[in-house]
Design a binder for this molecule. Structure first.
Ligand SMILES: [Cu+2]
Length: 163
């Protein structure tokens, strides 16, 4: 039989274990927010443009743009019920800055390869810089219900190995 002093020691021990676990979880959540392993927790500071005037912005011609200095930007528009462009080819092992905006209603896109999960709010530009390491073809689906064609709204990311 355990006397009550022993039982109290065990209880204290388990209490310490529980408190340490809670503190570790708390530290883990804060660390993941700071290091952005929580996808899209903090993007670049939000930028708003008029979603009805996208033709007057860099989103007029969606797609990949390589600047003379070598920086790579991709501009993508989500609208019911397609992503523009529908297929994006990016080079592997190169930082790519992705800019997403929705033109009409809220859409969503997750790129498992790049740890991106963006809620695309009309007019709100979501920006992520990512380096895609493994070449391949990755198909994603709009992940915010956006209307009758939602289930057909897919996006293909092709990460191309350097030639
Ligand atoms: Cu959608």
């Amino acid at each position: 039989m355990l006397d009550h002093h022993t039982i109290e020691r065990y209880e204290l021990g388990w209490l310490v274990v529980a408190v340490v676990m809670v503190l570790l979880m708390f530290a883990g959540v804060i660390a993941s927010m700071i290091t952005e392993t929580v996808p899209g927790m903090f993007g670049s500071p939000a930028r708003y443009i008029n979603p009805t005037q996208l033709s007057k912005t860099e989103f007029a011609a969606p797609g990949l743009k390589v600047s003379p200095d070598g920086s790579v930007n991709a501009y993508m528009v989500a609208r019911a019920f397609q992503f523009q462009p529908n297929v994006l080819r990016v080079p592997a092992n190169t930082p790519v800055t992705l800019h997403f905006v929705a033109a009409d209603v809220i859409h969503g896109l997750m790129l498992g390869q790049g740890n991106v999960n963006a809620e695309l709010v009309p007019g709100q530009v979501a920006t992520f810089t990512r380096t895609f390491k493994s070449a391949g073809t990755f198909v994603s689906q709009c992940n915010e219900y956006c209307g009758s064609g939602h289930q057909t709204m897919s996006f293909t990311l092709i990460v191309e190995a350097p030639k």
